[in-house]
Design a protein around this ligand. Sequence first.
Ligand SMILES: Nc1ncnc2c1ncn2[C@@H]1O[C@H](COP(=O)(O)OP(=O)(O)OP(=O)(O)O)[C@@H](O)[C@H]1O
Ligand SMILES: [Mg+2]
Length: 368
Amino acid sequence: MSISYDSMLLNLKDLEAYLSQVFKSKVKVEYFGDLKGKEVKISDIKEYGYGVPLLITFNVEGERRQVVMSSMKIDKGFGHDYRSDRAANLILAYDTWNKLPKHAKVFDIGTFTKRGLLSLGDAEEFFIIGEKVEGKEYIHDLERIYNDGKLINLDKERAKALSIYLTEIHSVKKNDPELYIRKIRDTVGHGECIFGLADSYPYSTTFLKDNELEEIEKMCIEHRWRLKKKVHRLSQVHGDFHPWNVIFKEGINFTLLDRSRGEFGEPADDVAAMSINYIFFSLRKYGELRGEFQELYDIFINTYIEKTQDLELLEALPLFYTFRCLVIASPIWYPTITNEVRRKIFNFAHNILIEKRFQPSKVNDYLK
Ligand SMILES: Nc1ncnc2c1ncn2[C@@H]1O[C@H](COP(=O)(O)OP(=O)(O)OP(=O)(O)O)[C@@H](O)[C@H]1O
Ligand SMILES: [Mg+2]
């Protein structure tokens, strides 16, 4: 049984080096292949396909040992679309298998790299290192407007610039039905989204009617079944386009933070994430959408619809506005707003879910 040491980037020497690190002694690999005896060249693992359990027979300190390398199949659907999904799956396996009696032991977790195999067995919490962005979060503009009660020209230009930016990024489409269906599913059922937010509310509050969250969830499920057929709408998105994640430098020059929940999704997600804030600030100030915030809202929404001519957006907005309503009405995220404001936010969510097709001119009716 010959093992070929080819010059491919990833080769058996890498496997031996990695296993020697894990088993803290020099390892000599005897066999690498599937469980049925078909040998696999480690450099071919990508072609062979992740997701197939691979047997490794090796000698270490004069002892013959066998271990199984498990990876996740790169496939669509079932929430395995992103590398992060597959990594999350394996991290959870590594964190839990050894705790269950009679369960196969797991010795290490690792990753394939361009230069070999990297052990992550000692890894704890993950972090990313990004650039420090200079400037001020857009939220500060909205707070100034809230206090001053009037707009400066730059405020109108910035609302327009943010809207135009969305029309540009959303113009990049992708043909991947599974990803669009996933986005709609996650918006309803993900822990960071509607179901998760609903679970973060206390069972009884003074501003919610009995079973109101359950009713809202049921209407969201109806919207999900209607929306998920619109797979043609899959677009490049930011995914958390709110005023804390937009940092303005000077004029209309801004940098974004915190892209979330995937590269592609439903454009209404970004449109709702920002425009709900004009309604929210006005609601806290006037009890309705009016004045300077009405003007910003109209600039933002009208610019978007004029530029994209995307009237179908109005059918997607109720679900994504509801997601954002559950954030801004949350006593956890916004402990200081009045219950009257929370009540109006839930009226808004209710009424737009019932209406199915959002009409920007009816915002104040929806708040009643
Ligand atoms: N790279 C950066 N440059 C400048 N400021 C930053 C940077 N990253 C974060 N901040 C500041 O920290 C704040 C919170 O950071 P971050 O957005 O990562 O937190 P968060 O909890 O994820 O918020 P959310 O998910 O609601 O956007 C930002 O609103 C911004 O003020
Ligand atoms: Mg953020």
